[in-house]
Design a protein around this ligand. Structure first.
Ligand code: CDP
Length: 203
């Protein structure tokens, strides 16, 4: 039996943490769809054409160690506006969503475009300042030169690019449950998500 949980939201809102935790809790498989766009962005930085990179993407490229850098994130949000790049990644995501035993997919357009039929849709968000502080704490170990102001302006630029693009813009599905993590601990955010999923789960 398949059961799809779609989790969307802006950069550093806590989607990844919530997704991993609920997938582990319910024994569902988890796909961070941002990694697909990051892997394409990474190849573009290496000189490959974006559409070619998306069409030829291989599963092992999702394991590359440098996918979490700011440069790759920036490149990802640029390739993500290209309709042919998005189209090339649809089938992989839909197959993953319908796998036996349940799946959690997190991204920007899972509840709206990739899996509009998902049994559960969550939209995880937080203020831009709060998200920048979290991302800064995460990145500063590996990049001591980085400033909070730079991270905040990057978060805002990516929010604008993700929300204003014409193809699959970042927005909550009409039937998504909103979780604002600005004043929540990780445990509280996970507990809210778990309760929504548990209520919709058959049996
Ligand atoms: O972790 P963070 O939210 O910073 O980034 P990510 O989820 O890895 O996504 C990187 C970029 O890929 C985003 O800024 C989006 O532009 C794009 N993306 C997308 O367009 N659609 C998705 N389903 C996932 C990511």
């Amino acid at each position: 039996m398949s059961f799809t949980v779609a989790i969307d939201g802006p950069a550093a809102a806590g989607k990844g943490t919530v997704s991993k935790a609920v997938a582990a809790h319910f024994g569902f498989a988890h796909l961070d769809t941002g990694l697909l766009y990051r892997a394409v962005g990474r190849k573009v930085l290496q000189g490959v054409d974006a559409i070619t990179a998306a069409k030829t993407l291989m599963a092992e490229e999702l394991q590359a160690p440098d996918l979490r850098t700011q440069a790759v994130a920036e490149a990802a949000s640029k390739v993500a506006v290209i309709p042919q790049v998005r189209a090339a990644l649809v089938a992989f995501q839909r197959d993953f969503a319908r796998r036996e035993g349940g799946a959690v997919l997190d991204g920007r357009d899972i509840g709206t475009v990739i899996c509009p039929e998902a049994e559960v849709k969550l939209f995880v968000t937080a203020s831009a300042e709060c998200r920048a502080e979290r991302r800064f704490a995460e990145l500063k170990q590996s990049d001591p030169e980085l400033s909070l102001a730079t991270v905040l302006s990057d978060v805002r630029a990516r929010d604008a690019r993700d929300s204003e693009r014409s193809e699959a813009p970042l927005k909550p599905a009409g039937d998504a449950v909103m979780i604002d993590t600005t004043t929540l601990t990780i445990e509280e955010a996970v507990a809210q998500a778990t309760a929504v999923i548990a209520a919709k789960r058959p049996g």
